[in-house]
Design a protein around this ligand. Sequence first.
Ligand code: AMP
Length: 306
Amino acid sequence: MEPILVVGSVALDTVETPFGRVKNVLGGSATYFSVSASFFVPVRVVAVVGNDFPQKYINQIGKRNIDLRGLMRQKGKTFRWGGRYDYNLNEAHTVFTQLNVFESFVPEIPMDYIDTPYVFLANIDPDLQLDVLGKLKSPRLVACDTMNYWIDSKKQQIKNVLKKVDILLINEAETRQLAEEFNLVKAARRIISWGPKAIIIKRGEHGCIYFGRDSMFAAPSYPLEKVFDPTGAGDSFAGGFAGYLAMKGKLNDNNIRQAIIFGSVMGSFCVERFSLNQLMNITTDEIVKRYCEIKNLTHFGNIRQL
Ligand code: AMP
């Protein structure tokens, strides 16, 4: 099966939700993406951690179908993110962002990563996304993510990334911020005019909308009774989406729709416990079961006339 490469953050997160608080736990956009995508295809990671990063986390990730040769360990502290959620769990409030080793990171790509066919540029400095993309040999599909932190400080660099990607995955508020347009349909069209062929707007518990150049698709999120911590839901969605597409190989409309539902399924598992505690413990049978439940949830018959 053909692999997928991800560049993004591997982090120590401190997160507070109405249901509890955790400090310096395993997180990061590349981490959530990799674990999620590893249920579908082999994953290759390009990222950096500091010398304070616990070996037990590396062992946990390394047990999966995830190649960590591109994960560098550098002198200094690991990237740290602090986040807080109120009862509106759709909105993350960043308490702090400490780039630490990411500030001076120059990615080194192992030789046999260079022709990886599928690439995900997870949320990280857009200069790093560009750097990694420039070192790869004509990938078949490139998808990317970003967030308000980078839209505030490096919007032009994000636009440069977008010229080179096929699909942007981004949340609702950040879509409006990036496009400087409140209406989501207009915002999606504007962003597509900058380069990508498609955009997926993630709307937390309200699901997501896909806009292609001449197609649209909307999917609900899985209705959960217990949402504990939304951190990583977007990256887990991306892992399910891109992982399934890479597994199928063909980028047709049917596969894209199914991939979106797998994205939704993986996001739903992620939010059930803190950090990667739920994602690391699910089975492929549970993934398929949830996929079928979403299918039933949204299925309605054809009609010819009233
Ligand atoms: P998500 O909730 O899917 O948007 O992603 C949450 C993850 O993104 C957390 O585990 C953080 O460590 C990571 N993160 C937060 N801010 C940044 C940032 N500015 N750059 C890269 N990763 C970040």
